[in-house]
Write a protein that binds this ligand. Structure first.
Ligand code: ATP
Length: 309
């Protein structure tokens, strides 16, 4: 039963260490009912470990979990009946048909949904008779989502659901996730794609080295940087020494993968001086763009690193 505060899940001071690796290091957060709650962070941040604890795959070293109004040390079978889990990798038997995979997973639950309804939800009706081995990457991932939805879960975990997929397949999965939210489900998503987090999330926790380093709505997270405008351009290796003087007419800069990211609180003046700098130093501002700060910039300003290394 959901408590009156409308929280579906609350995690308090959760820890999981693997010897000296602090995979999850004393994190707390709360997930209201009916939202898409995203844990965003680079590889190794501790996202999967956090999810695996909440899915009942791993036990935490310490911490409290409150889920569906129950206080637990670890996830029980009763909770598992009410959650759906999309793992980072799903390897289905290649010589099973799509409908057989769904029937197999349906048999694990007391009250599974009809496979036909699930097929429709993930747009695989025409593939019901197809073998797993003949599905595209996107179709396979949609089948995995179908399996996740077979028990009509109230809370659904999506661990990096679009990693390795092409843009169209990625958009299809975003649509499925959005429509799940519209139908009242609560979703916990992990991703290292800034765009995915920005597009889908109601609430974001940014995780790094096992800790939550920032949390809020996408808008609130970027708001602190909102006075700043970002100017980006490509750089040739040889130009790097000349960059320091950019500090004189901006609020700082960073270089990431041969892209110079200049922050400015006074765009017209910075642009004016940057153009002059470019002429004087004979450094072309290749592929220059001017944009508003995004979650990637938030991560960069918090850690000095990019999300995707
Ligand atoms: P990814 O996106 O790569 O899955 P992540 O944010 O999900 O990254 P985790 O998989 O939770 O991160 O890993 C967090 C840290 O814990 C990493 O340093 C990882 O190497 C370590 N780790 C995870 N599982 C184990 C394990 N079973 N034994 C030892 N160390 C582990």
């Amino acid at each position: 039963m959901v408590k009156e505060n409308g929280l579906l899940l609350r995690v308090d001071r959760l820890k999981k260490y693997y010897r000296e690796v602090r995979a999850v290091d004393d994190i707390s957060f709360a997930v209201p009912k009916g939202v898409i709650f995203t844990i965003l962070g680079p590889n190794g941040a501790g996202k999967t470990t956090t999810l695996e604890i909440l899915e009942g795959i791993r036990d935490p070293d310490s911490g409290e979990i409150e889920i569906f109004g129950m206080q637990l040390k670890r996830i029980t079978r009763t909770v598992k009946e009410r959650i759906g889990v999309l793992l980072q990798e799903s390897n289905f038997e290649r010589y099973l048909k799509v409908k057989e995979v769904l029937a197999l997973f349906a048999s694990f639950f007391q009250n599974p949904r009809p496979t036909q309804a699930v097929l429709a939800q993930v747009s695989l009706e025409e593939k019901a008779e197809a073998y797993v081995k003949n599905l595209s990457g996107g179709q396979r991932q949609r089948l995995a989502i179908g399996v996740t939805l077979i028990n009509d879960p109230e809370l659904i975990f999506f661990d990096e659901p679009t990693t390795g997929l092409d843009p169209q397949a990625r958009r299809n999965i975003w649509e499925i996730i959005s429509s799940l939210k519209e139908s009242g489900k609560t979703i916990i998503l992990t991703t290292h794609y800034m765009e995915e987090a920005e597009k889908l999330s109601d609430h974001i926790c940014i995780m790094d080295h096992g800790k939550i380093i920032a949390a809020g709505t996408p808008r609130r997270l970027t708001a602190e940087l909102q006075q700043e405008t970002i100017i980006e351009f490509h750089l040739n290796d040889a130009d790097e020494l000349e960059l320091q003087s950019i500090n004189n007419f901006s609020s700082g800069f960073a270089v990431e993968e041969e892209i110079v990211i200049v922050k400015s609180t006074s765009l017209v003046q910075t642009m004016d001086k940057l153009l002059r700098w470019s002429q004087e130093k004979e450094i072309p501002l290749k592929n220059m763009v001017v944009r508003q700060p995004n979650l990637e910039d938030v991560f960069l300003s918090l850690t000095g690193r990019k999300l995707r290394e």
